[in-house]
Design a protein around this ligand. Structure first.
Ligand code: EPZ
Length: 423
């Protein structure tokens, strides 16, 4: 297993290209199952999760190829004109739980799907009850046997009104992709409103879907008999952008995030500005800089447009180096403080009380050998290593590779002393 070695204390300067959003690319690739015509996606990030999903879709019979115009815009052409299987096996689903999103499209287009239950992960049990209850409301028959979800809709899905018990991102995406080919109208209340869902809606609409209520928590879908192919450029990754914003701030540097969109980061930007960080919108994206000491700011994670849980660990590094104390409350997942013991080993002063972390700022962190536990915790350790005095070795960086494209190259280009150490 590879490690990453960082020698900290160097301010980052320059600009960094933000890649396509992982959490938009995954449902968008799966949406290709909804039509027999080609769907071309551009700005596809080169990530382990994308490779895993490519393998899964290929096993279902989807033809996935890069256009022969080179790799200029990181495009993929997906053709689901000859799907040969509707079974998503445990071996692949366990590695990438977003695979459960194939349920909706397979049911909608083929009337059947067998998908392994994704199981939990480091940050929580992450059930799929809202996904399944919603699909049943659309007329699917669902049974759970041997760790698999067996779903069928022999007479097709029927539109219905459904109130999501929680604004689940995945459940909203699954139900959206089921409803677009269901007979009649579907209304989803308490739907999630993340920008990645808006990106999916834009693509589905370009494929011929009829969806009202974009950006709201109430989506109204008029089912169609079929959808056609399209081309779609994936939105920039707001979580990657936020991660590099904090890298600039904790090293006292100045970095321009090319492709980043301020409207996708309004709540985090407000928090960082209160902490004394300068965030400016530019023609190419966002410019983030920090000169003086960081001020402590309390934060609570919420579904969009609240503070994103995927930036909680990274912002904790900022607060660990701030003047004063900050209370960070994690309300979306039940176990998303796995990075805290590792940060403490680097000299951070953090007390955990259930879903709350009291972070008392310290003057400096010290480099140390640490271990990544999940995707965003691993990026938080990279940020801590960039800010710390001395050397940090982060092991199990396969977590990092799931969600950050070439992170060591991008950071080295900004002046960081960072390298991947092959084991
Ligand atoms: C998506 O996960 C993202 N993943 C996560 O990003 C992100 O943290 C999360 O949304 C919240 O924003 C992708 O988009 C691939 P949820 P998802 O369903 O869809 C509970 C990253 O680091 N819940 O909105 O799985 C669930 O347990 C990843 O990129 C149910 O109870 O998140 C959790 O507590 C991590 N029943 C809460 O809702 C359900 O049926 C939010 O989960 C579904 C969810």
């Amino acid at each position: 297993m590879d490690s990453i070695r960082i020698r900290g204390g160097r301010p980052l300067h320059g600009d960094v290209e933000i890649s396509g959003a992982k959490n938009a690319a995954l449902p968008l690739m799966i949406a290709a199952l909804l039509t027999s015509e080609p769907v071309t996606l551009s700005r596809v990030p080169k990530l382990a999760d994308i490779a895993t999903l490519t393998k899964l879709l290929s096993e279902l019979g989807v033809d996935i190829a890069a256009p022969d115009n080179g790799d200029a815009d990181h495009s993929l052409i997906l053709r689901a004109g000859n799907v040969t299987s509707t079974v998503a096996p445990y071996e692949l689903v366990r590695r990438m739980r977003a695979s459960v999103l194939v349920l909706g499209p397979l049911l909608a287009r083929f009337g059947e799907a067998t998908v392994s239950l994704p199981g939990g992960c480091a940050i929580g049990t992450r059930p799929v009850d809202i996904h399944l209850a919603g699909l049943e409301r659309l007329g699917a028959q669902i049974s759970l046997e041997d760790g698999y979800i067996h779903a069928s809709a022999p007479d097709g899905l029927k539109g219905a009104e459904y109130h999501l018990a929680a604004p689940s991102v995945g459940a909203t995406e699954n139900l959206l992709m089921a409803a677009v080919l269901a007979e009649g109208e579907t209304v989803l209340h308490n739907a999630a409103r993340e920008p990645e869902i808006t990106d999916l809606i834009h693509c589905l609409s370009a494929m011929g879907a009829v969806i009202d209520g974009t950006d709201s928590d109430c989506l109204r879908i008029t089912g169609q008999t079929k959808l056609h192919g399209t081309g779609h450029r994936i939105m920039a990754d707001r979580i990657e952008a936020g991660t590099y914003a904090i890298a600039a701030a904790v090293t006292g540097g100045a970095v321009e995030l090319l492709g980043a969109r301020a409207p996708h980061l309004e709540t985090p930007i407000e928090c960082w500005r209160q902490a004394g960080i300068t965030v400016e919108e530019t023609a190419r994206g966002l410019r983030v800089s920090s000169a003086g000491r960081i001020q402590s700011v309390n934060l609570t994670t919420h579904p969009y447009p609240g503070f994103p849980t995927d930036l909680q660990a990274q912002t904790m590094v900022l607060m660990a180096l701030a003047e004063g104390s900050a209370l960070i409350s994690e309300t979306v997942f039940e176990n998303r403080f796995m990075h805290v013991p590792e940060l403490s080993r680097m000299g951070a002063d953090i007390e955990l009380h259930g879903g709350n972390a009291l972070v008392r700022g310290v003057k400096a962190l010290r480099g140390a050998p640490v271990m990544a536990t999940d995707l965003r915790a691993s990026s938080c350790l990279v940020l801590a290593g960039l800010a710390a005095e001395g050397e940090t070795i982060i092991s199990r960086v396969y977590h990092l590779d799931r969600g950050y494209e070439r992170i060591e190259d991008k950071l080295a280009a900004l002046g960081a002393d960072i390298a991947r150490v092959e084991s």
